[in-house]
Ligand binder design. Structure first.
Ligand code: DGY
Length: 326
């Protein structure tokens, strides 16, 4: 008899096809998260699941699904997982690192450039018919990106991809990570380790790329923003909650920093309405990995993780190796 698995939310036909060669697939083909009670109900009797960021997997959900052996997230971030509870339940958990590095790094740069050169506000102004003719003092002075200092907080694979792109802009690249990179990795992305305080003070563009955990909640708050240059821009492409949104709004309102490019928010999608009134912030709806090719690669990788896990192999992106073979 084939194992039964749940795919909790619409992915791609290719993914369902791949899974169906191995499993009986219960597919929620709507691109809407299942409410928690429905998610729990549909996990009953399942051996595995493909989950999305919108699915909370915790002790309560797991208690109703004792046959579950693997939960495979279609995301590199997994703050929707209570990993301790999943491990305690003896369930394998996986994510999708690697395949989204370049796409997400491109998006960090899109936000950085848009914020530096005020692209979104300028576009809105042109569309509103406000442009009366070219001016030298045109009111649209931005900040130079070339030869500026790029600061990266959280220098994992995506941070390194962001850093490598800075070479074309001839920037100085500084980073802060709990553990500095090996010398050859630093050389490959032309980056130097500095303390967090030095990074905050020196960066013209500060890109946040930390995975979310309670330990980094509000790691950028009023005190950190106060250390930044008044000409600096903050780019958050990592997770809401890393930045104290209230403190950031106040800094942007008072022009204590020049601008921000934000793809993620506290309590998204219910972002603080004060963001909407600011013209020095660029807002995007958590689309860092959103190209078709990358989202497909992520979903196929999650499927491969599930196929390996339920086939007795160690899944390539196992987050809790202590569970394997239990
Ligand atoms: C991730 O993979 O963590 C992204 O935020 C989802 O697009």
């Amino acid at each position: 008899m084939q194992a039964k698995v749940l795919v909790s939310r619409a992915v791609f036909p290719e993914v369902i096809e791949r899974l169906s060669a191995h499993f009986e697939v219960d597919y929620n083909d709507r691109d809407a998260a299942l409410p928690a009670d429905q998610l729990a109900a549909r996990l009953v009797g399942k051996t595995g699941a493909i989950t999305l960021l919108s699915d909370r997997i915790d002790a309560a959900v797991l208690a109703g699904a004792p046959g579950l052996k693997a939960v495979c997230n279609v995301a590199v971030g997994y703050n929707n997982f209570d990993l301790a509870a999943i491990t305690q339940a003896g369930v394998m958990a996986t994510n999708t690192p690697g395949v989204l590095n370049d796409t997400t790094a491109d998006m960090a740069w899109a936000l950085l450039l848009a914020s530096a050169r005020r692209i979104v506000s300028a576009d809105q102004w042109v569309r509103a018919g406000q442009w009366q003719g070219w001016k030298f003092h045109d009111g649209w002075f931005g900040n130079d990106v070339h030869h500026a200092t790029l600061g990266i907080l959280g220098m994992g694979r995506i941070g390194q991809a962001v850093a490598r792109r800075a070479a074309g802009f001839e920037m100085r690249v500084l980073y802060h990570n709990r553990t500095p990179l090996a010398a050859d990795q630093e050389a490959a992305c032309g980056a130097a380790w500095v303390s967090k305080e030095t990074l905050l003070r020196a960066a013209d563009f500060l890109v946040l790329l930390l995975p979310y955990s309670p330990a980094v909640h509000h790691i950028i708050g009023a005190a950190e923003l106060a250390l930044m240059k008044p000409t600096a821009h903050l780019i958050n492409i990592a997770r809401g909650g890393i930045v104290d949104d209230n403190a950031l709004i106040e800094a942007l309102q008072q022009k204590r920093i020049a601008g921000a490019g934000l793809d993620v928010f506290e309590n998204e999608p219910a972002l603080d309405p004060r963001f909407l009134a600011l013209d020095n912030v660029v807002l995007t709806p958590h689309i860092g990995s959103s190209t078709r090719a990358t989202r497909l690669a992520m979903a196929l990788l999650a499927a491969d993780n599930l196929i390996a896990a339920l086939g007795g192999q160690r899944p390539p992106n196992l987050l809790n190796p202590e569970v394997f073979g239990r």
